[in-house]
Design a protein around this ligand. Sequence first.
Ligand code: HEC
Ligand code: HEC
Length: 424
Amino acid sequence: MKRVSILAVIVGGFASLVSCCERTPNRSSKSLPTPETDPLAQPKSLQQVGLPLELTRATIPADNPQTPEKISLGQKLFFERQLSADGTVSCSTCHDPKLAFTDRKTTSVGIEGRVGQRNAPTVLNATYNKTQFWDGRANTLEEQAEFPIVNPSEMGCASLDAAVAQIARVKGYQEAFQHVFGHPPNASDLLRAIASYERTQILFDSPFDHFVGGDKNAIDASAKRGWELFNTQARCNKCHALTETERDTTLFMDNDFHNIGIGIIRHNVVALAGQAEKLVNSSDKTAIDRLAIQHDMSVLGRFLITKQEKDTASFKTPGLRNVLVTAPYFHDGSQETLWDVMDHYNKGDGVHNPWLDEDIQPLALTENDIDDLVAFLASLTSGPYKQQGVAELARQRAISRTSRPQRDTARAFGPKAQQPEPPK
Ligand code: HEC
Ligand code: HEC
């Protein structure tokens, strides 16, 4: 009961914000649900088929325990456009629960229509990531949340304190911060609350989870063949698995970074790496964030953080849950469908890429194999996105019937390409 009354206070206090801001039409209209009341935005249950309970508990840091009030405050903040310089962009602009916490754009668009260099990953299950961002430049969700608020191409605030000042004007936030943290709004508590909300966005309960849980009919024969290929001929498990010794059915990532040949043809990576060597201070994370979002050097990926040649153009292995409903794909959003992704892997890459991971090589997958792998990936769609998944699979399949820009059958069935030496 206590929780309800506090929520009422928080919601009540926000009425002032709703009435004063003409530029947020969704909030001022009573007939539209505010985004944060969308069922897809609500904290998720721990009782889900496939949810790894121990692993989940281990993601909660000792210095930021979960409480219902903090989560509720974080949820408000996640949808709060006043955390951007001109009151137009919130975290949810690019991580929209209705779009599986992505924006479904090639690369994200921030204030004043500023287009960034990278595709927005989902926030779903981000709590399990050992590092955040495609290049892992943030270690925790708390640390991560600061960067978009101050990035000029995203939310564009002059500083985190400036963002705090904007929300501190609102009585509801004053009261909520006081209640949750025992003092008025400040920067670190703002980040804590947002991270707490993000940690509730854990989603499993897919047909694949039901299959693993013992329901042999939860996925069809094609998806079953795809899962087999995933762990064998297609080599996906080399990177999309937490363990190399057994089949991993949890997160489909390895918390590691690899160059798999994305974006490398379009950029002069050697020249950019030379530039980065001279200009980039790898301990200045704000500077790196700007390059990652706003500059061609974005393609250097993990190299910007480590400056190790082996990390050139390498990126974090993303988890594959709900991947069907988070197109387009890869760090630059360069591939439109899962068939395109499969064509990329099938041909191996490597012609102009000395840093290519050794596990990327021609796979000799047939068209049927590719369909099976896509069926398996589609079976990782969680319950709440089931309908969307059906429509999206039909959309992608239709595109794949007429457009397969990455398909290169000769290379897919040919020998592994001779890899060039890294330039001196
Ligand atoms: C303008 C669009 C935009 C806004 C606004 C935005 N993000 Fe993102 N977000 C992105 C993009 C793009 C990336 C990937 C950037 C990169 O890796 O360099 C990202 C990455 C992330 C990640 C890392 C996920 C992973 O798998 O590594 C998290 C978590 C996240 N954002 C949460 C937030 C939060 C919290 C906010 C609000 C404080 C926010 N984002 C605001 C576009 C946005
Ligand atoms: C050598 C490691 C490696 C192997 C092998 C590998 N992946 Fe990946 N995968 C990655 C990395 C790293 C990325 C992100 C690359 C980027 O964006 O530059 C990625 C991205 C993806 C994406 C895009 C996800 C998104 O949210 O944009 C999909 C889908 C995917 N992989 C599926 C597969 C499948 C299916 C296989 C097997 C055919 C496979 N991967 C094999 C490392 C690997």
